[in-house]
Design a protein around this ligand. Structure first.
Ligand code: HEC
Length: 92
């Protein structure tokens, strides 16, 4: 058990994720909460493409979550971070 713990710590420190942007960046939040429906790069999947949409519009949709989009629990900060990220994505 102890050896497993040491291995985990070594793996965490040695992993390339070390020094990467904080886990609450817009990109990570998007991947976790939105990519399953809107696609990894916002170009659409089971839901319409949203890449390049105005951040204000994206935030409004996330807050209002019109059906069939499900309610997604996000803080105002996280919503803003996702909205900025979606707005920065290139359209097709
Ligand atoms: C369960 C699947 C699902 C998830 C997860 C989801 N959406 Fe959606 N979203 C949809 C669907 C379906 C629509 C289309 C609604 C409609 O046709 O009126 C939509 C619509 C939208 C729209 C409006 C698109 C337009 O052209 O008007 C935006 C913006 C949007 N979603 C952003 C997001 C963001 C940001 C997230 C992550 C926080 C997210 N969605 C997560 C399914 C999802």
């Amino acid at each position: 058990m102890k050896r497993l713990l040491v291995a985990a710590v070594v793996a965490a420190v040695g992993s390339p994720a070390w020094g990467a942007p904080p886990p609450t960046s817009g990109a990570d939040l998007y991947k976790k909460n939105c990519a399953s429906c809107h696609g990894a790069d916002g170009k659409g999947g089971s839901a319409p493409a949203i890449a390049g949409k105005l951040p204000g519009d994206v935030a409004k949709v996330v807050t209002a979550h019109p059906p069939p989009m499900s309610k997604i629990e996000l803080s105002a900060d996280d919503t803003a971070a996702i909205a900025r990220y979606v707005g920065s994505l290139k359209k097709k």
